[in-house]
Design a protein around this ligand. Structure first.
Ligand code: F3S
Length: 635
């Protein structure tokens, strides 16, 4: 029988750290009783062993409240902030074994909440990790695990929204839910906080299950990550067995298979995996033996720091020889003193450079693995079109540079903004968002694109605006550009045209003399045609013709200014938008050949209104009528 043992089987980094922490504390036993708040991992075998060594599991908050002394260990799932506060008030020692990845989420949501932003946690609301995260995320935090939950969200639209995920949440489902959240039109920042350990374990399990004739999944029945692992394997391989310990396995069922795969959940101790191995020693002893005792060049291994000097770190990597990381393989900073960044007891993930360096040690690298991981992270971001946030570190002639996880991302000037940017220096030191549009680590070429985000954001704003905008609405806008024929007004994502003829009820000679870029205007939506919006400042309530019969009553004498002249008469402006005709025959009792013989443009005159046609917006004037009345008045 061929056996394939998953490299990722068993404890993840966070669980291993929590379990080690408990045993370290138990070995001390100098500060009173040792409690764990909740079972430290989902594995009854391990919990039993811890109890045997003196650990007491507190299974509820009431039990925690009853603690008066000793040490309380926080498990890898983490807890709400108020639990820390409570323990501090009691002066009980706290040993925090929260997984650093979970702790990072606490910090993110605490910061976002303190900035007044809303937080959405994508995850199972009943899971202790999710409850713990919510405890750091402020009152407005919401937990969603499906589309219905998102539908019920009632976050105000003016809030920024930060979206994080439970570390063990399904990545594809997370992406789908983020898309639905985006449809709510929130201003969102998405942070993929899903732990790679889970994804890697699941990916490897699926691959092995597809290859194997039978698959063994080892883990506690209450462990959600093991259940998920089982589901994945069962889909790929019909003969999949979910066991907690060796006793659950019926070896006869495996008698006829040629290839068997083994994986285990994050809470499964190596001891149990080894027991499964031993039982089948006769058939695959050599293979499992190799998988535990051999390391290869290029392999990624976990280790614990056993000694650190300014220029080298010695690691126990579970191999017959210890591993060594030189300063050069830790960092590019040649002035770095390694004792200031690494301590004895630290766990490290490293890559084997050379199994035997000639002096019986294993040469390891931390730096190259970190670079690979960063590239991996950027590759994932590139493939998922993930929005990244980073600070601009350098302004170059042709664009900007930002750094993501130690990798330089170049954003060409043409992709910095959705409009031409002459001076990029304003971005120096600023945090910006972008997606990776080209990823080629071999050529050291990682290109960022901020423009497409701005274009999408603008399109979204346009969609929103067009959905609510109606002809007849009054809306505020800012003048963006002024031309000879009108002004373009930014209505918040959409530009509307205020044509010269719509700028006033009167006549506007030159828009540039009336408006300037940046002016705030209240405008009337006159027409919407596809994506074109026509604006007007001719509000009905200010229409000078609305009260024409009163303001320009026939028989009344008015004062106006000559606006223009033709051979047959002069047009006199009575009010902005109201021009009246003074026919050449009505200028004087004396014969006038042409209006320009006696009148000039801009001249103020007095005339009598002799006719008003409201329907055609026509008014006729006569100066002669006043002249003719004068002798009679004088007598
Ligand atoms: Fe931590 Fe990931 Fe394990 S978040 S607890 S390392 S699954």
């Amino acid at each position: 029988m061929k056996v394939i043992l998953a490299k990722t089987a068993g404890f993840c980094f966070g669980v291993q750290r929590a379990v080690d922490t408990v045993y370290q504390e138990l070995s001390r036993q100098d500060g009173g009783p040792i409690y764990t708040y909740g079972p430290i991992i989902h594995n009854e075998e391990v919990i039993k062993d811890m109890k045997k060594h003196g650990a007491v599991v507190l299974r509820s908050e009431e039990e925690l409240d009853a603690v008066t002394d000793g040490t309380v260990i926080i498990r890898s799932h983490g807890v709400e902030k108020r639990i820390y506060d409570k323990l501090e008030e009691k002066h009980v020692s706290i040993v925090d074994a929260t997984c650093p990845y979970v702790k990072k989420i606490h910090k993110i949501v605490q910061k976002e909440s303190s900035l007044g932003n809303a937080v959405i946690i994508v995850g199972n609301p009943k899971h202790p990790e999710v409850q713990g995260i919510r405890g750091w995320a402020g009152k407005e935090a919401a937990i969603v695990q499906n589309a219905e939950d998102i539908e019920k969200l009632s976050i105000k639209n003016d809030k920024k929204v930060c979206v994080v995920a439970q570390t063990t949440f399904n990545y594809k489902k997370f992406q789908d839910l983020v898309e639905i959240i985006r449809e709510k039109s929130y201003d969102i920042i998405v942070l993929n906080t899903i732990c790679n350990a889970t994804k890697e374990r699941q990916t490897e399990a699926r691959r092995i299950a597809e290859e194997a004739d039978a698959m063994i999944v080892i883990g506690d029945k209450h462990s959600s990550n093991t259940q998920k692992l089982f589901e994945i394997c069962a889909k790929a391989c019909d003969d999949t067995y979910y066991i907690q310990t060796l006793d659950d396995l019926n070896w006869n069922q495996l008698g006829s298979v040629e290839t068997v795969g083994i994986t285990a959940g994050a809470s499964t101790p190596n001891k149990i995996i080894e027991e499964v191995q031993k039982m089948s020693e006769l058939s695959f002893e050599q293979m499992l033996d190799e998988s535990f005792k051999t390391i290869h060049n290029g392999e990624v291994v976990e280790g614990t720091v056993i000694d650190v000097k300014p220029d080298e770190i010695i690691l126990n990597i579970g191999y017959k020889a210890d591993g060594i990381i030189t300063k050069n393989e830790y960092s590019n900073d040649s002035s770095l003193d390694l004792t200031t960044v690494v301590s004895v007891g630290d766990a490290m993930t490293v890559k084997v450079l050379k199994v035997n360096d000639g002096e019986g040690q294993v040469l390891l690298t931390y730096k190259r693995l970190a670079a690979e991981k960063s590239n991996e992270r950027l590759k994932e971001a590139f493939e998922n079109k993930e929005v990244l946030k980073a600070t601009v570190t350098q302004i170059l002639g042709g664009g900007l540079c930002a750094e993501v996880e130690g990798v330089r991302v170049f954003i060409p000037a043409s992709l910095v903004s959705d409009s031409y940017e002459k001076d990029l220096s304003k971005y120096d030191g600023k945090e910006i968002e972008f997606v990776i549009s080209e990823f080629n680590p071999r050529r050291n070429r990682v290109i960022g694109d901020r423009r497409q985000l701005l274009v999408a954001e603008r399109a979204e704003k346009q969609r929103e605006l067009f959905a609510r905008l109606q002809v007849g609405d009054t809306i505020e806008g800012v003048v963006k550009n002024v031309t000879d024929f009108g002004a373009f007004v930014d209505l918040g994502g959409v530009d509307g045209l205020l044509h010269i003829s719509e700028m006033s009820w009167g006549r506007v000679e030159n828009p540039k003399k009336v408006f300037k870029v940046g002016d705030n205007l209240k405008v009337l939506v006159k027409d919407i045609n596809d994506t074109k919006v026509a604006l007007s400042l001719k509000f009905p309530e200010t229409n000078p013709w609305a009260h024409a019969s009163e303001d320009f009553a026939v028989g009344s004498v008015i004062t106006g200014r000559v606006a223009r002249m033709t051979d047959f008469g002069a047009f006199v402006e009575l009010a902005p938008g109201v021009d009246a005709l003074l026919h050449v025959s009505q200028i004087s009792r004396a014969h006038v050949d042409k209006p320009s013989d006696v009148l000039s443009i801009g001249q103020e005159i007095q005339a009598k209104i002799v006719d008003l046609n409201e329907a055609d917006k026509k008014i006729s004037l006569s100066m002669k009528a006043i002249e003719m009345a004068e002798p009679a008045d004088a007598q």
